[in-house]
Ligand binder design. Structure first.
Ligand code: ADP
Ligand code: UDP
Length: 246
């Protein structure tokens, strides 16, 4: 595996080509952003923690039958993934009201939803990721009807798998965002699942353990991510030893 040119750089990760046209390297940086990139800081160790956190979750999802882009850890801060043709929408499932839905609907943070709810957002920083519906996605050709159904049902499936995983660790999965992409005829889960893209609360105290600590200046951001990892049984201090890393 040879690392090639930078393909693109997002707000928190950089994506590199490799000598295999079907594979990319995701480099998890320490950059942490919120409010559409208005607040940006470097948080020590975050790239390493998120790289390993993501690998752990992607492997759990694959074991539960969810097709993902994840291939292997390459280094402390890099992973090898399948190169996807990304669908430019964000799929959000919520179990408890928090974040943008509270502002939008005037509901109180912390309300347990009767059933999990689903929202699509267009991935477009300049437009502040506006909420869209499945007709927008089909009408503008961002994805077809079958792809929309797959993204929705997979996101709900991921919710059930991860709700149970976090529940066992005494953590509530409040909400999360997923991105999908095309790989040949298949739709695979892409991007990442880390505390940067979900809300996690301690089940007893409802203490925030995710990126809201950064958004709200609560401190101990990466420490909380690491504590969640430990509660799931993942020690991020163990060095990467996969075959791909040799
Ligand atoms: P953002 O785009 O929100 O600033 P990142 O900093 O995480 O986010 O950038 C990572 C970029 O890589 C995103 O645009 C994401 O859609 C893209 N990406 C994630 N996984 C893959 C993949 N397997 N193939 C191609 N692109 C991917
Ligand atoms: N989310 C994300 N990237 C985005 C927008 C949202 O990872 O560009 C995640 C966010 O961390 C939360 C969930 O999606 O876990 C729902 O986010 P919300 O719509 O409440 O927006 P926020 O107020 O967090 O920006």
């Amino acid at each position: 595996m040879k690392k090639g040119e930078l393909l693109y750089s997002g707000k928190a990760k950089s994506v590199f080509l490799t000598d295999d046209p079907g594979q990319l390297i995701l480099y998890f940086r320490n950059d942490t952003s919120a409010f559409d990139g208005e607040k940006v800081e470097q948080l020590n160790r975050k790239g390493m923690v998120n790289n390993k956190f993501n690998a752990f979750i992607m492997e759990r999802l694959a074991a539960a039958g969810v097709a993902t882009h994840f291939e292997a850890l390459l280094s402390e801060t890099e992973s090898i993934v399948k190169r996807l043709d990304m669908i430019p929408v964000e799929c959000v499932v919520r179990n408890i009201a928090a974040g943008s839905i509270c502002k939008r609907l005037g509901v109180e943070e912390g309300i347990d939803l009767e059933v999990p709810t689903f929202e699509f957002f267009l991935k477009n920083d300049a437009l502040h990721d506006p909420m869209i519906n499945e007709y927008h996605i089909r009408s503008f050709g961002w994805a077809g009807a079958d792809e929309v159904e797959i993204m929705k049902s997979r996101t709900f499936e991921v919710n059930e798998i991860l709700k149970a995983l976090f529940r066992e660790a005494g953590i509530l999965l409040v909400d999360f965002k997923l991105e999908f992409g095309r790989y040949g005829d298949a739709i695979l889960l892409g991007d990442e699942f880390t505390p940067d893209g979900c809300r996690l609360w301690d089940a007893k105290t409802r203490e925030k353990l995710d990126k809201d600590r950064f958004r709200r200046n609560l401190g101990r951001v990466v420490e909380s991510y690491e504590a969640v990892a430990l509660r799931l049984g993942l020690d991020v201090d163990l060095p990467v030893t996969s075959a791909a890393a040799q």
